[in-house]
Write a new protein. Structure first.
Length: 737
């Protein structure tokens, strides 16, 4: 064959026919050995997982049996230790190894190639062509073990050669044997995460369960790094990558960003807009208020856990759907805009307000970390002041804590609060015959009305045994200075009113001008806004149709928000040609309510549990569900079981900085420089949060924080101020009620 024939067929290769047959035979043998090795590794992994599961189950059963007849503190200690070990063992056994199904799952010997590499050549005589068509090395080279010179092809420089393929360098002057033509294989398209390149059109296109997406076919996103290099690469790389903006880092927004950071792989610019740099695990917030967990234990850093995601600190003020722009204000009073090709609205929810006189001025919510810290300091302060109070009526008022709302949050706050104040009273005894009193109010007929009646009865029994005054069918009629007036006509003297009635969607969605369902943005089952295919919404701010119950919408719970975030991320990838869209469908696997100590109420998989077993399941679920800080949380539980709690008020959060009508409960309200002249007035450059939190109002520009409401008849409360040599005029008085 002459060179003219080769030039006429530039898409073909010249290969030695006997060498090609030998190479294919060796590859078939290596593939068979690889399958045997994979089966062996899989059997060992399954046996190890079964052994870990069995050992953890036996340890848990032994611990529960040992703790059955012990006090609450000893039982909590044993439960925390066992769960801390068992949860991590089970999670490590259940999680597939990184690269399962790929090269990393196979044992390798020294000098042996991995799966997918070129197979080793059998020993042949010097000068005889090997399977690759290259004569074997001479005795001197074979004895020295010097590797054969190889070259790596970068890009489709040679027809039929896959990008990145390692091919031997043929020495010049060697005469090949009889040559045949072989057409180049089909073009190769970029493959999924952690997978090997295969010809396009192969594979099922489905993402298998496990850590690596070894079978998912990726369509190249515009301008991304996943595109194959061709002669037109330079022209295509001038096109900007897709811009994805996520508003909010709650359960839905954080999960969306986390999945997209893995799916995009630098093929899109993912931006997360959030007022704080952490994700807050809300279910454990009552334990922060009760002094069990430190505040940072329930926070997860966004920058550490979201690689390839750009974090922008700020709060969204408005969204231009036609111009595809998000306007936001940063924590220092500045502002900016973010352009997008895909938008995810996961703004979450805020405290629900009711038209009850005095609630907005006298009550405090429980939706953010500042509110939990304030409640912890406030309760500690009231107990300490009550211990030194000479008036019995004043002592009783300071030790009376009213919680409105008997849902998840209100029930847990009352349960943990009663234990917290009882522990404080042991250090600071009150007047003879007095003890802290917690009152739980709700208009519902029973505690936890959204759960099964058996769980509701369990929670009610635990609360009453602990000393909580549970009053169902009763709520607050008016909140005044010095107490609250109930709907049954009774007036309760109290200095503390915790509002846990419920939540409402973030008012940001009302400014979009799109159809709403009770304040929530209407979306289709694929989490897309009708008429706006580039806009997605999930979490508490979205009204997602419940496919399991036609005609209804999914409730505003953390479970739904977490799972909707994952579906939203996959649907965004599908909108760029990667995979297929998914409809959100979810069945509840159960609920858990932590009642403090070793007590809880749970129904995992529909099985109602109570007592110590429910407590173990509840804490095990929280450890498994948290995206981080599991070891620290388990350590705090262990320390709380063996050491007394620290009842110290730091005074970092004041009552006027956490109003009930705050648009962003995760941030405390700060004083403004417009407070008037005086010492320190020029030192404050912070501004108040946006005032877009009134019912029926849209996004509004930032306004100055109002002065706290004070009753003209209120006594002098200057002794509540934090000690300091300088009185700053730009900061309102504490006014702790």
């Amino acid at each position: 064959m002459d060179r003219s024939d080769q030039c006429e067929h530039p898409d073909r290769q010249l290969v030695d026919e006997p060498a090609q047959v030998a190479r294919e035979t060796i590859r078939d043998e290596l593939r068979r050995q690889t399958r045997v090795q994979r089966r062996t590794v899989a059997l060992y992994a399954a046996a190890g997982a079964v052994a870990l599961y069995a050992g953890a189950a036996l340890a848990l059963a032994a611990g529960l049996a040992l703790a059955a007849g012990m006090p609450d503190r000893a039982a909590a200690l044993i439960t925390a230790v066992i769960l801390g070990i068992a949860a991590h063992l089970l999670r490590g056994a259940a999680r597939p190894a990184h690269g399962t199904g790929g090269d990393a799952a196979l044992p390798r010997r020294e000098g042996a190639p991995g799966v997918g590499a070129h197979p080793p050549e059998p020993p042949t005589a010097p000068g005889v062509p090997t399977a690759t068509g290259v004569p074997a090395a001479g005795p001197a080279r074979a004895a020295s073990g010097a590797p054969r010179r190889e070259r790596r092809v970068r890009g489709p420089a040679s027809p039929g050669v896959t990008r990145g393929e390692v091919t031997p360098r043929v020495p010049a002057g060697l005469a090949p044997g009889r040559l045949v033509r072989r057409s180049a294989g089909p073009p190769v398209r970029p493959y999924g995460i952690g997978s090997r390149a295969r010809p396009s059109g192969t594979g099922s296109g489905r993402r298998p369960s496990g850590g690596a997406a070894t079978g998912r076919v990726w369509a190249p996103w515009p301008g991304g790094r996943g595109e194959p290099r061709t002669r037109h690469t330079r022209r295509r790389r001038t096109v900007s990558r897709p811009r994805i903006v996520i508003v909010g880092a709650g359960f839905a927004g954080y999960r969306t960003a986390r999945v997209l950071s893995r799916l995009a792989r630098d093929r899109a610019d993912v931006t997360l807009l959030n007022p704080t740099d952490y994700f807050l695990y809300l279910p454990l917030l009552p334990q922060v208020a009760a002094g069990i967990l430190e505040p940072r234990r329930v926070t997860v850093s966004l920058t550490d856990t979201l690689p390839r995601v750009r974090l922008v600190l700020g709060e969204a003020d408005g969204i231009d759907l036609d111009g595809r722009m998000v306007h936001y204000s940063d924590p220092e009073g500045g502002g900016g805009t973010l352009g997008y090709d895909r938008l995810v609205l996961a703004a979450g929810s805020v405290n629900k307000l009711l038209p009850i006189p005095g609630i907005a001025e006298r009550a405090h919510g429980f939706r953010g970390l500042p509110e939990a810290l304030y409640l912890r300091d406030h309760v500690t302060r009231q107990v300490e002041l009550a211990a030194a109070e000479g008036n019995p009526a004043g002592c009783a008022a300071r030790c009376t804590f009213v919680v409105v709302g008997a849902g998840y949050t209100g029930t847990e706050v009352a349960a943990h609060g009663q234990m917290f104040t009882d522990a404080q009273v042991r250090k600071h005894p009150l007047r003879q015959g007095m003890r802290p009193r917690w009152i739980l109010l709700d208009v519902a007929p029973r505690v936890l009305p959204e759960l099964d009646e058996r769980l509701s009865r369990t929670a009610d029994r635990v609360l009453r045994q602990r000393g909580v005054d549970v009053r169902m069918g009763t709520s607050v009629k008016e909140a005044v200075h010095g107490g609250v007036l109930l709907t049954d006509g009774q007036f309760v003297e109290s200095r503390t009113l915790v509002w846990c009635v419920g939540v409402r969607p973030d008012p940001l969605v009302e400014s979009l001008g799109q159809p709403l369902e009770r304040g929530r943005l209407l979306v289709d089952p694929h989490l897309q806004v009708p008429g706006r295919p580039e806009v997605f919404a999930c979490g508490d701010a979205a009204a997602v149709p419940d496919l399991e119950r036609p005609g209804q919408y999914t409730p505003m719970t953390a479970q739904h928000a977490w799972r909707q975030g994952k579906v939203c991320a996959y649907n965004i990838a599908a909108s760029f040609g990667d995979g297929e869209r998914r409809a959100y469908r979810h069945r509840d696997l159960g609920f858990v309510v932590d009642l403090g100590g070793a007590k809880a109420a749970a129904n995992p998989l529909g099985v109602p549990l109570s007592g110590l077993a429910a407590g173990a399941v509840t804490r095990g679920y929280h450890l498994a569900a948290m995206p981080g800080n599991r070891v620290r949380v388990a350590a705090d539980w262990l320390l709380d079981a063996v050491l007394p709690r620290q009842a110290v008020q730091l005074g970092l959060v004041r009552s006027w900085s956490v109003p009930l009508d705050a648009a962003a409960p995760e941030l405390p309200r700060t004083p403004t420089a417009a407070a008037g002249p005086g010492p320190g007035a020029a030192d404050t450059g912070a501004t108040a949060l946006s005032a877009r939190n009134q019912p029926g109002s849209g996004a509004a520009p930032q306004q100055a924080a109002p002065e706290p409401v004070r009753s003209p008849s209120a006594p002098d409360e200057s002794h509540h101020l934090s000690p300091g040599p300088v009185k700053r005029n730009d900061i309102p008085a504490e006014g702790d009620r």
